[in-house]
Write a protein that binds this ligand. Structure first.
Ligand SMILES: [Cu+2]
Length: 377
């Protein structure tokens, strides 16, 4: 589950959107075609070998010799399949696992990772035991003329064991998961959060930061226009100093609250490095609170990748250009964050002032004296 997400995330990060998309898609289908042909070829080869053996078997019988023991051959093939399968699983863990996400870069992410590893550990153990028994039994008890099958239709004790044990294990996993999820999401309003608005639409994210007052102004979807993209309500004074940003910059160690909305279809705010994901639903504001714990610079050093960037993706297939809903997320020190914030553009641009018919001439700089602003409507 997590691994697939990660693999997809990394593929998306590695490719420049739009430019390489066609080439990548062509390469992918060439690859798929190659494997389909290879599979067909292999099937034909196996079929031919089967036919040859069948003819050989018949000639043995015609000559009055002992026929081939197909049950034994099938049993041996089962064992070969078991060994090859186990090796495949081992290869998967050792090779594909290198695509694993780096260490969780958020406080709650560590808990989610622990939970993942416990579930993964249990399922891997169960996988090896059950596969060994399944293929091992098929080999050991393969059909033989020398013994008669024992009719054994039912055993209550076995039924109880293989019902109760998985039930207990799953209950423990589900309940632990439930409590972890509650601690991650059940966060009552706490003062001191840095509020950031993320609004998704086909096909981009709009980011709004609160200005020096630290409060995001109200929004009203009815006010949305081409310029007032997220429908900020200027009858609320807190709106005047709000800022618009192109990247998401977060101070390390501070509580961040993402206020999430969608304007058309369901999108999903997905920041895998922070183990953050929640849907952006039209008409239903959602939010996610988390504390980033590792700066981008520290992560660059840790992953030994000078180009490393945290990313925000859309994780719902929301339309043709879904893949382009990507933004860079930078985690910096609080000082750097404040400096960056002071360089961001006001949401209330001159164009928007004109649209709102504000008295632009009397306006000194925003946001020092927002009280002097006048609305004509
Ligand atoms: Cu989307």
């Amino acid at each position: 589950m997590l691994l697939t997400g990660v693999a997809m995330a990394q593929t998306a990060a590695a490719t420049t959107p739009a430019v390489d998309a066609d080439a990548a898609s062509e390469a992918m289908w060439t690859g798929v075609g190659y494997y389909v042909l290879l599979f067909l070829l292999l099937s034909i080869v196996v079929g031919i070998i089967g036919k040859i053996l069948k003819v050989y078997d018949l000639t043995l019988q015609i000559q009055g010799k002992e026929a081939m023991n197909w049950n034994r051959i099938m049993g041996i093939i089962f064992v070969i399949f078991l060994i090859v399968g186990f090796y495949g699983a081992y290869w998967e863990f050792t090779n594909q696992a290198t695509m694993h996400l780096p260490e969780a870069a958020s406080a709650h992410g560590v808990k989610i990772d622990d939970m993942f590893m416990v579930t993964f550990g249990i399922t891997v153990i169960v996988f090896f035991i059950t596969q060994f028994l399944l293929f091992g039994f098929a080999f050991k008890y393969s059909g033989s003329n020398k013994r008669k099958a024992y009719f054994y239709p039912h055993n209550n004790t076995i039924e109880k064991i293989w019902t109760v044990i998985p039930a207990i294990v799953l209950t423990i996993l589900v309940i632990t998961g439930f409590f972890t999820w509650t601690t991650v999401t059940n966060t009552a309003e706490v003062k001191g959060d840095i509020n950031i608005d993320i609004t998704g639409h086909q096909f981009a994210w709009e980011i709004r930061y609160p200005g020096p007052d630290g409060i995001l102004g109200k929004k009203n979807y009815k006010l949305t226009t081409g310029i007032n993209k997220v429908g900020v309500d200027y009858s609320d004074k807190n709106s005047f100093d709000d800022l618009v940003a192109d990247t998401i910059v977060l101070p390390v160690g501070k509580s961040i609250r993402l206020n999430i909305q969608a304007q058309d279809v369901i999108h999903s705010v997905y920041m895998p490095h922070f183990r953050v994901q929640i849907n952006a639903v039209p008409g239903l504001p959602t939010y996610f609170k988390f504390v980033p714990t590792i700066t981008t610079a520290a992560m660059k050093a840790e992953t030994d990748n000078p180009k490393f960037e945290y990313l925000l993706y859309c994780n719902k297939i929301c339309g043709a250009s879904h893949y382009s809903m990507q933004k860079v997320v930078r985690v910096v020190s609080y000082g750097e964050y404040l400096d960056w914030l002071s360089h961001q553009k006001p949401y209330l641009s001159d164009q928007l002032k004109k649209e709102l018919k504000m008295v632009v001439d009397t306006l000194p700089t925003i946001p020092e004296t927002p009280k002097k602003l006048a609305l004509n409507n």
